[in-house]
Design a protein around this ligand. Structure first.
Ligand code: NDP
Length: 434
């Protein structure tokens, strides 16, 4: 805490990792004496820069840009960019640490990073978004490259923003390298990248349910958020036979007892994507109940998939879910479940998967996009989906292997942290003290 003042999210993420790996370190003195844990919780570097751009009224605006390069022990730095007013060094350091473990779990050769800006895209015109992205990319371009650091999207950054940034970096470098993933089809994107995080989360939850002798078929599911991850988690849960009864944004939630249909999901996508609409608009369009200022966790469901943002499901929410008989919780977002809420699930014996395991599908498909671009190959959506399914199954098996308890239960948190730690630690140790 002394070295990282005012960084509560980062300290929270470090504490969660240390709690899991401490017993493992105690059992492996070689690791404990190598300082590898201390090295692993300190980012390689954190870069901050000014982003200057001009709004539609001709006024000069200044935002702050960041790139936290956490570790490249396994491969080029890799992780998303977030544009949101809540972005600061603490949030990005926590996300970069999580990303390092997550990328290790995929078994792909990827290091970990995260970046972004406190720029708020809400209410900005398409021209303003483009000018901001270009200004951000001009500065970021000094620090990234196909074999150095390959950013992707996150909150507030989708294929449109990635396109603008990739275009500027291509012009500056005069090279067509894969410097960003999450590109659109026309510029070498993977056909499954938009779906991958949401689908991957549902694949992981399906494996958790299968281990308990169940499946999504006929279950009720609560999803929070209404963005990229939430939309495709809803789609895959529906395709798996579940009834998805909630969706939300930072203003409130929608409850629809009849559940989503493909038509309703198309309406949600139409309202949200590119138009900046709210879930209240969606509720009005489809005739569902909207509750301002509420989160979905008081609605009785079998499976909870938090897909919005960090710390959006607290201990009271967890108690409500447990009271209502929840059977499985898998994070689509990064760290949406607070540590106190995680303890409630643990005490109640509810299987709970942290995002670094269950939402790793996005970066896994980004890794595949890098491979395809390097080989100048395009794979079909079905081919990428099959690889994604295999990778998620592998991560689930790894978590079970490293997180199994004597009583037959699995701590997915311990499993993910220990497995990720071991992979990065082995690579660090093999490369000496550096
Ligand atoms: P989007 O920007 O597409 O959507 C974010 C959603 O979260 C919106 O519905 C937004 O509502 C909501 N939200 C944001 N802040 C808050 C808040 N403070 N309280 C409640 N709701 C909030 O982002 P993504 O879907 O891409 O990302 C969602 C989460 O998934 C993030 O944690 C991200 O880090 C994680 N993730 C994303 C990956 C990806 O591939 N996209 C990969 C792995 C993890 P509103 O519109 O009101 O702001």
């Amino acid at each position: 805490a002394r070295h990282n003042p005012g960084q509560p999210e980062f300290l929270q993420a470090v504490a969660e990792v240390v709690e899991s790996v401490w017993p493992h370190l105690a059992a492996h003195p070689r690791l404990a004496s190598s300082g590898v844990l201390e090295r692993l919780v300190e980012p390689d570097r954190a870069i901050m820069f000014r982003v200057t751009w001009v709004d539609d009224r001709g006024e000069v605006r200044v935002n702050r840009g960041f790139r936290v390069q956490h570790s490249n022990a396994l491969g080029p730095y890799k992780g998303g960019l977030r544009f949101h007013p809540g972005v600061d060094l603490s949030v990005l350091k926590f996300l970069a640490l999580e990303q390092t473990f997550k990328n290790a779990l995929t078994t792909l050769p990827l290091g970990g990073a995260k970046g972004g800006s406190d720029f708020d895209p809400k209410g900005r015109s398409p021209g303003e978004v483009m000018r901001f992205c270009q200004a951000f990319a001009i500065e970021l371009s000094r620090h990234i490259g196909a074999h150095v650091d390959v950013p992707a999207g996150d909150i507030g950054v989708g294929a449109r923003e990635i396109g603008y940034m990739a275009g500027m970096v291509r012009r500056l470098s005069n090279r067509a390298d894969c410097v960003f993933t999450g590109k659109c089809d026309a510029t070498g994107g993977s056909p499954m990248r938009p779906q991958s995080t949401g689908y991957g989360t549902v694949y992981f939850a399906a494996d958790m349910l299968e281990r308990a002798g169940a499946s999504f078929d006929g279950l009720r599911v609560a999803v929070s958020g209404a963005g990229n991850v939430a939309q495709y988690a809803i789609e895959k849960a529906m395709q798996s036979g579940a009834t998805v009864v909630t969706v939300s944004d930072s203003s409130g939630m929608v409850v629809d007892e009849e559940g989503f249909t493909p038509e309703k999901l198309a309406t949600l996508m139409d309202i949200r994507n590119g138009h900046g609409g709210r879930v209240s608009d969606y509720a009005a369009r489809v005739g569902a109940r909207y509750e301002a200022g509420r989160r979905p966790w008081s609605v009785p469901v079998d499976v909870a998939l938090p897909c919005a943002t960090e710390n959006e499901l607290d201990a009271d929410d967890a108690r409500a879910l447990v009271r209502n008989g929840v059977r499985c919780v898998a994070e689509g977002a990064n760290m949406p479940v607070t540590p106190a809420a995680a303890r409630v699930f643990e005490a109640a014996g509810v299987p709970y998967a942290p995002g670094k395991a269950s939402n790793a599908g996005g970066v896994a498909v980004s890794g595949l996009e890098m491979s395809q671009n390097a080989m100048r190959l395009a794979w079909s959506a079905d081919e990428v989906d099959a690889r994604l399914r295999r990778i998620m199954r592998g991560i689930h098996a790894t978590c079970v292997e490293h997180g199994s308890r004597g009583d037959g239960r699995v701590s997915y948190v311990d499993g993910a942290n220990i497995a990720g730690f071991v992979r990065v630690a082995d690579a660090l140790l093999a490369q000496g003290v550096c």
